[in-house]
Design a protein around this ligand. Structure first.
Ligand code: SIN
Length: 286
């Protein structure tokens, strides 16, 4: 899958390579109303990674249903809509608006965005609030729901168990790690909103460990995300217990990265004489 926020609505990439070959596309975080996002600068380089403070810039759910879903309805690749809100009611209303819309195959509940004043990662930081959002979304839609977890919490496995209990169909992790950078010439933070979320290869070992922990704690499918750039990274996540993976920051440098990773996994399976990817899931746990 593509990771939310790194592949737009998929439409931007459809002329670059055959996106229909991907497992799924997860679109940019979507809110009830359109958002302009945070003040610039919103991106900063980090060693082996990237800091972003986009602030959920998006077109809003009505425009998404009107302009994007009809295009997705003609695609073979399933599209999952990532949703974010400031209140539990926002999440429930978003889920209910998306329910039954042709072209939308699932919802990724974003309780992990570190770049907004209210909501987002606030909900994902405790088991109780994460479960409350999950329950509300589950009651508002018949679509499958993935819940995307934040690493910015005391115990991610506890949050995962609460979300599973509340009715999630799958869990994706991790979103970015909160961080910052300082412009030493100006003597002030580089990002307009001071802090941002760190993603890319720098966070891969952290993400991999969290996937390992969560896959050991819940029975749901776990979707691994965090610094996956090459097929070997993806295979590590699968061996840690992920049933699927998302490619995020790598797409910003190489738009074809999600397909390169998929083809690399297929090649690895062939080399190893494995017919079914399921045989690799959790292989490093045994
Ligand atoms: C953002 O828009 O700030 C990033 C989205 C996210 O971290 O979920």
């Amino acid at each position: 899958m593509t990771a939310s926020g790194t592949f737009g609505y998929g439409t931007e990439y459809s002329h670059m390579f055959d996106i229909q070959k991907l497992g799924a596309i997860v679109c940019k975080g979507t809110t009830l109303e359109p958002r302009d996002g945070n003040p610039q600068p919103r991106l900063a380089d980090a060693a082996c990674g990237l800091l972003n403070s986009i602030g959920l810039q998006n077109i809003g759910v009505d425009a998404l249903i009107r302009e994007k879903a009809p295009i997705w309805a003609g695609w073979r690749v399933p599209v999952i809509v990532n949703i974010a809100g400031e209140t539990i009611d926002d999440y429930a209303r978003l889920a209910s608006r998306l329910d039954g819309v042709a072209g939308i195959s699932g919802i990724e509940v974003n309780i992990s965005c570190p770049n907004i004043k209210a909501g987002g990662a606030e909900f994902g930081s405790t088991p109780k609030s994460a479960a409350e959002v999950t329950t509300a979304v589950k009651a508002a839609t018949s679509l499958p729901i993935l819940v995307k977890l934040t690493p910015n919490t005391a115990d991610i496995a506890e949050v995962a168990m609460a979300v599973a209990e509340a009715g999630a169909d799958a869990i994706s992790l991790i979103n970015s790690l909160k961080g910052m950078a300082i412009d030493i010439a100006q003597r002030r933070p580089l990002l307009g909103r001071i802090t941002g979320g760190l993603s890319g290869p720098a966070i891969k070992p952290v993400a991999l460990h969290m996937v390992y922990e969560v896959a050991g704690a819940v029975r749901l499918p776990v979707i691994g995300c965090g610094g996956i750039t090459a097929a070997s990274d993806a295979i590590e996540f699968i061996m840690a217990g992920a049933s699927a993976i998302q490619v995020g920051t790598a797409s910003l440098a190489n738009p074809r990265a999600p397909l390169d990773v998929l083809e690399g996994i297929e090649q690895f399976l062939k080399q190893e004489g494995i017919n079914n990817l399921a045989d690799l899931i959790g292989a490093a746990r045994r």
